[in-house]
Design a protein around this ligand. Sequence first.
Ligand code: MSP
Length: 658
Amino acid sequence: MSESYLTTPIYYINATPHIGHAYTTMLTDAIARSRRLVGDSVFFLTGTDEHGQKVERAAQKAELPTPVFADRVSAAFRQMCSDLNISNDDFIRTTEPRHHAAAQEIWRRVQRAGDIYKGEYEGWYCTVDEIFVPEAQLIDGRCPTCGGKLERLKEESYYFRLSKYQQPLLDWYREHPDFVQPEFRLNEVRAFVEGGLQDLSISRTSFKWGIPVPDDPRHVMYVWFDALTNYLTVLGFGSGDAASEERLNRLWPTVTHFIGKEIVRQHALYWPAFLMSAGLPPPQRIVAHGFWMMGGAKMSKSLGNIARYQDYVRVFGLDALRYFVMREMPLGQDANFSDEAVLTRFNADLANDLGNLVSRAVTMIHRYREGRVPASPADTRDTLDRDLAAATDAAIESVKNGFRTIQVSQALQDTWALVRHVNKYIVERAPWVLAKDPSHAATLDRTLYQAADTLRVIAALVEPVMPDAAGRIRQMLNVNTAEPWTSLRAGTLAPGVQLGAVEPLFPRIEKTVEELRSMTTPDETTPVPPPPRPTQAEAPPEVSAASATDGRIAIDEFMRVDLRVAKVLEAEAVPKSKKLVKMKVDVGSEQRTIVAGIAEAYPPDQLVGRTIVIVANLKPAKLMGIESNGMVLAASTDGGLPSLVAVDSSLPAGARVR
Ligand code: MSP
């Protein structure tokens, strides 16, 4: 059995949690659950980062004493853990005495190593990100990370000899190429370190809300020096208690820190340097995910463009939210959060693919076999059965691997490939036809068994991401406990089991995006300012004077065109027209009618079932008296026949094209 220590960042408490914090916490939770399923013992930590000027000011604004304010907002993050079904083992608050002891202990160790000296800091500070910003990194006089205003500081400060650790850090990166995931993030940090390191200011005197520097309480510790230490606090570091420090020896440094990409430098550079100075090994791994974007900018409480996790849990259910964020964001990349995207995935993946499979399979066993899982003797299985079992075993391996390598989106795609496989298997077998003829009883038995057995495996595979849905599927299958992944394989469902009642897993949501929007928009107390300036790395190309006149457009102009994958459900020629076809298409969140001038190239019967691309946000137009809601994309040469723009048919209806 191996041991895993997993952490989320500890969140600032200047405002309440949003989808961004919820995401890191849910992702870490899914990984923690997957590790438990493979038999690891897991210690999972999250919590709140409560010191610093930003929090002190937020408390003043709320007209509350800072400790009272801290208690309230920290409680909202603790509540988030319970609302999101997070399986954390501890919740650290940096205002706790155990953390004061740990932060002061690491300070003393670093001091004993000769790495702290007193000086004066004069320069820029970003209170939003709680970072010092060297003059050379300013962008138009603003913070390079958040685009916000900076403050000029001039005060006495203790410094950490970060420059001394340039070579040890470079050596560490070289010897640990998988220190940061994805790899390109390590390359960024390495390049920064290679550029030379300046010593780091690690104390402040101009405010009081922080941990006092040992033996010099006029200073409070720089909030990042204090905050990073939380990862050691919970292991008993600095407690002076041998029993709790035993945990430190066991679990450090086999830790994985899950963080957003904006705090890689603090985790992959400052943190290992502090640790090396204190005589402790750096953490084993740092996993940095991308940003949830909303309205073209990083979702952020400082900017106000946030989505509240509570609204999505209320409308879609917790497991659907967990599924959406983990499916939608591949590791390391940014993703857009929108009502449309959540609705599309909900209806396509959860209601259609998985929900229908569950109700179909369980209903048929009730209908044709009085709710008892029939037997499927191995020697009677044919190619279809064997293919399904092989696909099931292959999916188990790839999903396990996906979780091991933190490719959760990929693991879910692999699971859904299996869901679609069983759906196809059922359609090909057509149990409703087999049931009509008693001579097909054995084939029907096998079909029902294979469907139920694969469903059992699917429940186990979605367990880390959707523990509740997994439990509900198991209940219908009358399987009592979550199956460990160590023994999970196709064909082990016991025949003869009496199934539970059919229960709709994810009933389709028939609301329009507009209806949903009114249910999920932030309340008035959360002002939404205009989208901020994008950060340097993410800035879309500027519209230069030249591009404004040469016909080229800026990325945001292109992004206004809502291109979507659609599935053609029905098609018929428009009477009295040579060119027009009337189609009913599925765009994920709804079905609509589109009239397109492609009849000469595509007879209607060749269109049904195709995966096409449409412009989804065109104003409706009437063609030959029929209202068309959207436009089909097709290419053609002058005078030539149109050829439909094609995309991979495995994409769900509603997927965005850009
Ligand atoms: N307190 C520091 C972390 C100290 S760790 C020793 C901090 N706190 S924070 O409240 O700003 O939380 C930042 C983290 O929240 C990100 O690193 C990420 O995990 C999560 N996210 C906040 N907004 C996010 C997005 N818009 N998108 C994705 N994750 C986001 O930094």
